[in-house]
Design a protein around this ligand. Structure first.
Ligand SMILES: Cc1ncc(COP(=O)(O)O)c(C=O)c1O
Length: 482
């Protein structure tokens, strides 16, 4: 052993790492892999230093470090001994779980996590966003200077905030004032809970309300994130088709415990649910004893008329969870969303927030409160509404010019994206894949449909792209469609 050990060590004298570090790491690995057997006596530090051509100090330091970590046992006047029971050698591990194939151990996933891999959710783009990726605000237009001022002030004030409720009262109050005026929300400030994303809000509500086997209604076509959240809570989904007013209330379906709708701009059709359908939905929920999640994800941008009052404010009893996110109205990196919960459920929802870890930094909440109270938020929304309306119109023109005979586009009354319907014989998923190769991002409508229908289309974002980018991407789309 004393002779063999130096041959097992390969020290680079001109490398970036110190010799002590290299020696410690290599000895540790030899012990952990069982190449230095438990109980084996090591050479003395003097012998090892000599045979490796190192200073005694270097070797002693490595040995003392490994003794402190528990890899070696030292006793006065004796050579170090390799500690027992440390080998991670796989050949000595207990027998493998029979689901794991030799040499390629897999960790078994839950049915839910496995389903994510086949999910309707689009692949995550790791590259820079490209036209016409839906769901994106134009961060180039965001007032970063003003926001930096709010962040600096909030960071400076952090030590003064000795008690930090997880939902920051100044932001609750600032947002409530906004939601009352612009959405007709009826709530107390304390009913607003802050979550990192609207998606986290969906997970929170789904976990707090649904039992495994409960029925939940989702729109079809609709937002896949709701399906993912409800399935994670064990719900059985019913895909409810839409008509021109939104979700069709169909009493023959299984009575739901929870209903998910996007009434301000239906996702993905962009349609506004008129007040008549809203009231019908609320009456149905009352009778069925169901709760509703009203997802107002990009409800700040309206191009034709003032928005219809939110379901939450119209509801005769507290059964609507109003969900929103700042990631669309500001830009994607301001990851704060919110859920307005029924007053009676505030405490239990705050507990659920804590236990699920669905929390946002109070300093960020404080900065956002300042941003809203100073009028910067509303100013930004007003400017973006004008800008995005122009881009919507530009996109409608560009699509009509490039692919008007192949695409039927309904001008969305608001929001940041539109649905361009294709002919029923079009394979929209193949089309989306070809567009992606050409640098244009879209989502195929069939990936967002959960019932049988011949509808086909592409979901395209217009808000984050300037006129030149819109024209260029529309030309690519037209060329590929021809
Ligand atoms: C309909 C809908 N709801 C919720 C979300 C999620 O928003 P967030 O990014 O805050 O999770 C999105 C995101 O695109 C969306 O389109």
């Amino acid at each position: 052993m004393d002779d063999l050990l130096p041959g097992m060590l390969h020290l680079a004298r001109d490398g970036d790492e110190t010799l002590t570090r290299q020696l410690t790491d290599q000895l540790r690995r030899l012990i952990a892999t069982g190449r230095l057997a438990p109980g084996q006596r090591m050479p003395s530090s003097r012998q090892l230093a000599q045979s490796l051509g190192l200073s005694r100090n270097t070797v002693s330091f490595a040995i003392e470090q490994l003794a402190a970590e528990g890899y070696l046992t030292l006793s006065a006047g004796r050579r170090p001994v390799v500690a027992e029971g440390l080998s991670l050698d796989r050949r000595k591990s207990p027998p493998r779980n029979r689901n794991n194939r030799a040499g390629s151990e897999r960790i078994n996933l839950s049915a839910w996590a496995s389903s994510l891999q086949r999910s309707v959710w689009p692949p995550i783009h790791k590259e820079r966003p490209r036209p016409f990726q839906p769901g994106l605000a134009d961060e180039r237009e965001f007032p970063h200077d003003e926001w930096s001022r709010c962040l600096r002030r909030a960071a400076r004030n952090a030590p003064l905030r000795r008690d930090r409720p997880i939902n920051h009262p100044p932001l609750q109050q600032a947002l409530l004032r906004h939601l009352v005026v612009h959405r007709g929300i009826k709530a107390k400030a304390s009913q607003i809970l802050f979550v990192p994303t609207a998606q986290a809000g969906l997970m929170l509500v789904a976990n707090a309300l649904l039992e495994s086997g409960d029925h939940a209604w989702v729109e079809s076509p609709g937002y896949a994130g709701a399906n993912v959240a409800f399935e994670a809570a064990g719900a059985i989904l019913s895909a409810i088709p839409l008509d021109s007013q939104g979700m069709v209330i169909s009493p023959h379906k299984q009575t739901p415990r929870l209903i998910f709708v996007t009434p301000s701009h239906q996702y993905p059709t962009g349609r506004l649910m008129p007040v008549g359908r809203r009231l019908e939905l609320l009456r149905f929920a009352e009778t069925a004893g169901a709760c509703i999640i009203e997802d107002d994800y990009d409800g700040e941008f309206h191009y034709e008329a003032r928005p219809v009052a939110a379901l939450q404010g119209l509801a005769p009893s507290q059964r609507v969870f109003h969900l929103g996110t700042f990631s669309k109205a500001t830009y994607a990196d301001i990851r704060i969303g919110y859920v307005v919960v029924p007053e009676a459920l505030i405490d239990v929802f705050e507990l659920a927030q804590r236990h699920m870890g669905i929390l946002t930094p109070v300093t960020m909440q404080d900065a956002l409160a300042d941003f809203i109270s100073a009028g910067a938020y509303l100013g930004h929304i007003r400017r973006m509404t004008r800008l995005y309306k122009g881009r919507r119109d530009r996109m409608l023109q560009a699509l009509a010019a490039e692919a008007g005979d192949r695409l039927a586009v309904e001008a969305p009354a608001g929001g940041m994206q539109l649905l361009a319907r294709c002919r029923p014989q079009t394979n929209d998923q193949q089309l989306a894949a070809r567009l992606l190769e050409a640098g244009v991002v879209s989502r195929a409508l069939t990936k967002m449909l959960y019932h049988k229908t011949s509808e086909r289309g592409l979901f395209l974002g217009f808000a984050a792209w300037n006129d030149q980018e819109i024209d260029r991407a529309a030309r690519i789309l037209g060329r590929i469609m021809r």
